[in-house]
Structure formats: structure tokens, C-alpha cells
Design a protein around this ligand. Structure first.
Ligand SMILES: [Zn+2]
Length: 91
């Protein structure tokens, strides 16, 4: 991906690859913190996100206001990701 950034120890691509597991709370603490520091410090993954862009945007907003992620927001993000994945099922 052209123009992606290396922030907080991860590339945008890696953040997007781990996004589903992050939202499902399946990452270990270290990777989760790394993801969060990337999302706080990077505003370009939102552009690379494609179907995930809205999710990334909401995560960034949530992280900059009141961590940890509220349960209600987490559930909304899960649903959004499910919808995004349905549109991408043949890959
Ligand atoms: Zn990024």
C-alpha cells in the first residue's frame, strides 16, 4: 500500500489485518496496545481500510476519547465488520 505508515511498531497493513481480532478482543495485551498506539498516532489506515474504513474511524475516535473500548461500541464494530466480511467472502 502506497503511503502507509509505520507507527507504534506496526504498519497500517498489519493493523488492518488484525482489526477483526482486535474487535473480537482476541489479541494478546502487547499486540492490542501496539494496535491502539498505531491507531491513535496514524490517520492514514482509515483511507486504506476500504470496507473497514468506517470501523477504523470509529476506533480512532473511541481511543482518543475514552479507552478502554466501551462494550456497546465494541458490539457495533463487530456487526460492522461482519457486514464488511460478507461482501468479501470469495477471497
Ligand atoms: Zn495506519
Amino acid at each position: 500500500m502506497q503511503g502507509e505508515r509505520y507507527v507504534g511498531g506496526l504498519w497500517c497493513r498489519e493493523v488492518l489485518e488484525n482489526l477483526c481480532d482486535y474487535v473480537d478482543d482476541e489479541l494478546d495485551d502487547e499486540l492490542r496496545r501496539t494496535m491502539e498506539s498505531h491507531l491513535r498516532g496514524c490517520d492514514v489506515c482509515e483511507r486504506f481500510g476500504g470496507e473497514y474504513a468506517a470501523t477504523v474511524g470509529q476506533l480512532r475516535t473511541a481511543l482518543s476519547s475514552s479507552p478502554p473500548l466501551a462494550e456497546e461500541l465494541q458490539e457495533r464494530l463487530r456487526q460492522r465488520l461482519r457486514v464488511a466480511q460478507l461482501g468479501d467472502s470469495d477471497s
